[in-house]
Design a protein around this ligand. Structure first.
Ligand SMILES: [Zn+2]
Length: 457
């Protein structure tokens, strides 16, 4: 009897969905076991203890049978083989096209490392048994979150507001008068110093709440650009400030709501105030962002929605080239790297040179993806740690009123500086895989895809 009733209801309910914009959201715990190799730095750290849990958080959107999925992981980023395996699994188990799935990472520096197919794997011991166990389970865990989110699809209204968090994020590259090379993360500034570039203070809020009389918040997508490095390089697991930010937004605006944080273009943005030397705590940063979202909440405006328009393109970038002297120096250094501690910048440079040599005959592929759900709202996925100048340019030129950017999505090619930053050198530049102009190329492709999505019927 019960079964028959349920069947009747579902038969009656089905046609009602045609034309509705529906959303379902879920989160699945992806906290690793102790001993799992952590990411974020150039050496091995096995996890020991948990400050706060890590999640795979998922928003599934659907209208007229077309789906789009946004997954954000509390991890340092995403790597292509895991993204590919996960998309395949989602396609098989959830019936959603793999290329309609966006998978991003918050860039927490207190979560598991992922294999990169470079000497980073040796330095971080990511291929040790605990690392392999974690990574082989990950596609299944993400797929589980998509399954749960899809099962909860229900009609929603979408609304958007853009808040501002001023004075909590800082450009970590500094130019000193009379000096060409940028200074990276200085301890203190002098009167001759100025930031090499801007920050992006915008706090994007995209809210989905039940349509009709039931206006319960279902999911929110939150967007801000800043490195999550406030917990530091210890061995305890943490989602860093995005964990606090999303937890507070849900507590304050909808206990059942899944709040998902996508990191914006924060390649050169940190939380240290280089003028005063002040470093806000994880709690302070997350709270400041939640307060900024609160201030924006009354401005949330409902936007018309259409069936998700998803576009993506694989861009082939040119790898950087190196002099014989640079190569010789890197080879010399690598012999001692597992036993001797070097500074972050020379380590990064050596890893990059040797990886580039190793892969010089393979194309440097970068996926740019766009998900538009409204004439006013689109999400752009970029595959690396993108300099803020590129993100600001992309937002400004976008044909959409509100453009959310999720960096470190769908695999990562590492740091992606803007063209002007290359001659200024230092950490992000010596780490960059693509030659100068790669970032501008990604922005150009993103704009092309945004325009296609905007005008599609
Ligand atoms: Zn980073």
């Amino acid at each position: 009897m019960t079964t028959r009733l349920l069947l009747c209801f579902s038969l009656i309910a089905l046609p009602l969905h045609a034309g509705d914009f529906r959303v379902g959201a879920a989160r699945v715990d992806i906290t690793p076991k102790d001993g799992t190799p952590l990411g974020g730095y150039y050496h091995f750290r096995g996890s020991a203890g948990v400050l706060d849990p890590l999640y795979a958080k998922t928003i599934v959107m659907e209208k007229d049978g077309t789906h789009a999925v946004i997954v954000v992981l509390d991890l340092s980023g995403t790597v292509r083989p895991i993204v590919a395996a996960t998309r395949k699994l989602i396609q098989e188990q959830c019936g959603i096209e793999g290329d309609h799935v966006l998978i991003s990472g918050t860039h927490t520096h207190s979560g598991p490392q992922q294999p990169r197919g470079s000497m980073m794997d040796d330095l971080t011991k990511v291929n040790s048994p605990p690392g392999v166990a974690y990574m082989s389970a990950l596609p299944g865990r993400i797929t589980e979150s998509v399954k749960q989110a899809k099962a909860k699809l229900a009609p929603v209204n979408a609304s958007v507001a853009i808040g501002k968090a001023e004075g909590i994020s800082f450009n970590r590259r500094i130019l000193r008068e009379g000096q060409q090379e940028a200074i990276w993360q200085p301890k203190a500034l002098t009167a001759k110093d100025r930031p090499a570039g801007p920050v992006d203070p915008e706090v994007g809020v995209l809210l989905f709440q039940g349509a009709g009389t039931d206006a319960t918040p279902v999911a929110s997508l939150l967007n801000f650009a800043m490195h999550p490095t406030s917990v530091g390089g210890g061995v305890k697991i943490s989602a860093d400030y995005p964990g606090v930010f999303t937890k507070l937004v849900s507590e304050r605006h909808g206990p059942e709501m899944i709040s998902v944080f996508a990191n914006g273009t924060c390649g050169n943005i940190n939380h240290t105030d280089y003028i005063t030397g002040k470093r806000r705590s994880t709690l302070e940063l997350g709270t400041a962002l939640a307060d900024a979202a609160d201030a924006a909440w009354p401005n949330l405006k409902v936007v018309g929605t259409f069936a998700p328009r998803v576009r993506s393109e694989q861009v082939t970038l040119r790898r950087r080239t190196f002099t014989e002297a640079q190569i010789a120096k890197a080879k010399d250094m690598v012999a001692n790297m597992l036993t001797t501690k070097f500074g972050t910048v020379p380590m990064a440079e050596t890893v990059c040179i040797l990886e580039t040599l190793d892969k010089k005959d393979k194309p440097l592929l970068a996926e740019v993806q766009v998900i538009a759900i409204s004439d006013d709202v689109a999400v752009v996925a970029l595959p690396g740690e993108i300099f803020v100048e590129l993100g600001l340019a992309l937002k400004k030129a976008s044909p959409f009123k509100h453009t959310f950017i999720a960096e470190l999505s769908n695999g990562s090619i590492g740091y992606v500086p803007n063209k002007e930053a290359y001659p200024q050198g230092n950490y992000e530049i010596v780490s960059a895989r693509g030659e100068a102009g790669s970032g501008e190329k990604l922005v150009e492709v993103a704009l092309k895809l945004l325009n296609e999505a905007k005008t599609a019927k």
